[in-house]
Ligand binder design. Sequence first.
Ligand SMILES: Nc1nc2c(ncn2[C@@H]2O[C@H](COP(=O)(O)OP(=O)(O)OP(=O)(O)O)[C@@H](O)[C@H]2O)c(=O)[nH]1
Ligand SMILES: [Mg+2]
Length: 329
Amino acid sequence: MFYDDTKVYLKAGDGGNGCLSFLRQKYMPEGGPNGGNGGKGGDVLLVADENVSDLRAFHFKKHWKAKNGEPGRGSDQNGKRGDFCLLKLPLGTEVRIEGTDTPFCELLSHGEEITLLEGGKGGRGNATFKSSVNQTPRQTTEGKPGDEGNYVFTLKTIADVGLVGFPNAGKSTLLNVLSNATPKVDSYPFTTLVPSVGVIDYPDDFRTVTMADVPGLIEGAAENRGLGHRFLRHVERCRLLLFLIDMASTDGRDPCEDFKHLRKELSDYDETVAEKPFMVVGNKSDEKVAVENLERFKKEFPDCDPLFISAVLEDGLDVVRREILEKLS
Ligand SMILES: Nc1nc2c(ncn2[C@@H]2O[C@H](COP(=O)(O)OP(=O)(O)OP(=O)(O)O)[C@@H](O)[C@H]2O)c(=O)[nH]1
Ligand SMILES: [Mg+2]
């Protein structure tokens, strides 16, 4: 299983109460006030960690609390600060307050840290109330409660290019031959169930580009057919979409219809995703029927200018690599 969204309840620590105390020593009947302050409650911190791949930790444990500050004690001892609670989140996590639509914050680069909830302030001990007119104050204050709230974490993969296509179009095969990633390839639909990201190396340009393989889309994904379209959140951050079209009519499908359906599913999901820059690549050029289909496709979508490749034979990949770089720069 891959966990890419979850709800959590988070609570920062309460501040410790201030202490009411007076010095009591032999031969010092009038010892002054010596109640210490309460410690501050621990904060709830979020940190982006590249070693965390999904949100499973928060799926199985939904309540996370930082420690309370300790109360102050006599002899002017201040209470200890409460320990913070540090949540390690995968890169690309978006944090929302439950019930709101706008992201509260997002964690994009390794090591980025955010204080989400502040621990409550510690209360004042009576020693702090001592003044020239009040030598024996009996006042103290209570510690303040720590912030709390219900939050939604959503993981949105970070990659430059997102692969979009029907199941079995060859998306994983293409990522395998273009990048260092090794997603599973097989002839049944929905082989890919979790997004994976590969790095495409351009040694001559001293550059790398990241590409995300996401599960296949089908017509009606917006109405939850197939795996639904929730996986499209993993192309939301991509700057370029690569539509991979099966030109060999595998499973009796039609490449022109496929392309129309893919575009419609994207619009149904989110107009801003549908309007992203894109390129079209026809796959399976090694199959006979692919050539005819390509011609038909070009006639139907004259502005598209699809590239034509065979991912298994690794034919035509150089042009794809070049076009990706051009479209990204
Ligand atoms: N003939 C031919 N078959 C290909 C080509 N590329 C991929 N295939 C085959 O198509 C099938 C599906 O390939 P995948 O890479 O798993 O397809 P996918 O788009 O990742 O599929 P899902 O993960 O199910 O969405 C496999 O049997 C591949 O061997 C190609 O260029 N030519
Ligand atoms: Mg796949």
